[in-house]
Design a protein around this ligand. Sequence first.
Ligand code: GLP
Length: 244
Amino acid sequence: MQLTVCSDYQHLSDTVADQMIALLRKKPTALICMASGSSPKGCSASFVEKLKAGEADASSFFFIGLDEWVGLPPQLPGSCAHDFETRLFQPLAMPSTRYHLFNGLANDLQQECLTMDRLIAEKGGIDLAIVGIGLNGHIGFNEPGSDPDWYSHVAALEAGTISTGQQKYFSQPVQLEKGITIGLAHLRNARQVILIANGDAKASIIKRAVQGPVHREVPASILQQWPHAAVLLDSAAAARLQQD
Ligand code: GLP
């Protein structure tokens, strides 16, 4: 795992967007997987800006969403789908044939997982996954205790994940209980994984994930073992790391 500390969030966002652009220059048909939420907001905006400026071909990559809250409609502001729609699909005028998201309203969530797993296999695997980290160390909805060998699955959410989600993303009361997510096994098999974290609220969990023992109770700690993984932080999120 490679660790990079950027001076601030804008620098972090531009650095990640540059890596997305570099990938598309090499492989215009790349499969990109991304988290929603606050951490990737800046790199999504920077990526869109760079594509609009013609820095890479924007017409052929395929996008998959990392996760979704179960039971929420995709149009609801705060849902992962709504983030992707407003940050990427609308600004880039991407037709629905160019992306696939988990449907949190599906009656058969197991089928949703199988569909995602098959799609990733058909596309030849994930080229680049850009993920965030939850305050409990989760990636996507791979909550503490998740098996690193799991592919797409439905997860019962921890109380902290539910309350953070309700307060941070939704302006109206929502009932959250489960999430549907790409599994750690997909990320292990990806060609490149970038975890981004910013702000001092993330400093403690980043210390545990990056310098603590690799343990399934801190799902993101598994990135320490992956040569294809990079962690990009702003200085606030990196504040508790020990310097060698
Ligand atoms: C959420 C999502 C993750 C996200 C993480 C951090 O619960 N399930 O996909 O990466 O928590 O979110 P944020 O970047 O908003 O801090």
